[in-house]
Design a protein around this ligand. Structure first.
Ligand SMILES: Cc1cc2nc3c(=O)[nH]c(=O)nc-3n(C[C@H](O)[C@H](O)[C@H](O)COP(=O)(O)O)c2cc1C
Length: 207
């Protein structure tokens, strides 16, 4: 059974990326996965304060609502980040989570402690934005690649939806929620992404 940790990074409960996350979760649960969903907006935490405290220990010195999340990341076989685009970026709360993964980066690359939790994990990025800009997700994809690497994983699949602005509008975009559901099923069932691997946007662009 796969352990899946889902970060829902939009402030808007029931919004477009939250719906993508829930479709993914529904598919994964149908196939027997154990899923923990965390809505970041409900937590109180700080971004990295660059104190260097984790450099010797690999443990973040900050004590806040992200503290128990580190062990959840170690537990996870799959980590999903669902964030809308805010100013061509992941949300501020999501960026703070990314920064706080520095302690894990230290464990792997400075302290040479190997993979976090002793295993490699799959990373999945679910996102949407209102506009149709070609480069809408480019910066965030790079951030996600480095985030998943820091937590001992790889970005294996991304579902990126353009043209979704109003709350719930994602339901009108053909294929988006179905694709999220399929990703969840596939990850939970076999871990073999097959044709779902890579970057997908409704109506085209498969990389
Ligand atoms: C502060 C803010 C900044 C935004 N910036 C962008 C942007 O740069 N590009 C874009 O395409 N959409 C932008 N949007 C629109 C959201 O990405 C879009 O409404 C999305 O569907 C919200 O997803 P959610 O329902 O999961 O929160 C922005 C929205 C807000 C509130």
């Amino acid at each position: 059974m796969k352990n899946i940790l889902v970060f829902s990074a939009s402030p808007r409960k029931g919004g477009n990326t939250d719906l993508l996350a829930d479709a993914f979760i529904s598919g994964a649960k149908e196939e027997g996965a154990s899923v923990v969903k965390i809505r970041l907006i409900e937590l109180k935490y700080s971004p990295c304060i660059e104190c260097g405290g984790c450099d010797d220990t690999g443990v973040c010195v900050l004590k806040d609502d992200l503290t128990p999340i580190y062990s959840k990341i170690e537990w996870a076989d799959v980590v999903v980040v669902a964030s809308p685009m805010f100013f061509y970026n992941i949300t501020a709360g999501c960026q703070a989570l990314v920064e706080r993964s520095q302690a894990f980066w230290v464990r792997q690359y400075l302290l040479k402690q190997g993979k976090i939790g002793g295993k490699r994990r799959d990373g999945i990025f679910l996102s949407c934005g209102a506009t149709k800009g070609k480069l809408l997700f480019e910066g965030s994809l790079r951030v996600m690649r480095y985030f998943f690497d820091a937590i001992g994983g790889n970005l294996v699949a991304a579902l990126l939806v353009r043209g979704a602005e109003k709350k719930g509008q994602i339901k009108e975009i053909p294929g988006a929620l179905d694709r999220a559901d399929s990703l969840g099923r596939c990850v939970a069932k076999s871990g073999d992404f097959g044709s779902l691997e890579g970057i997908w946007t409704p109506g085209g662009e498969k990389r």
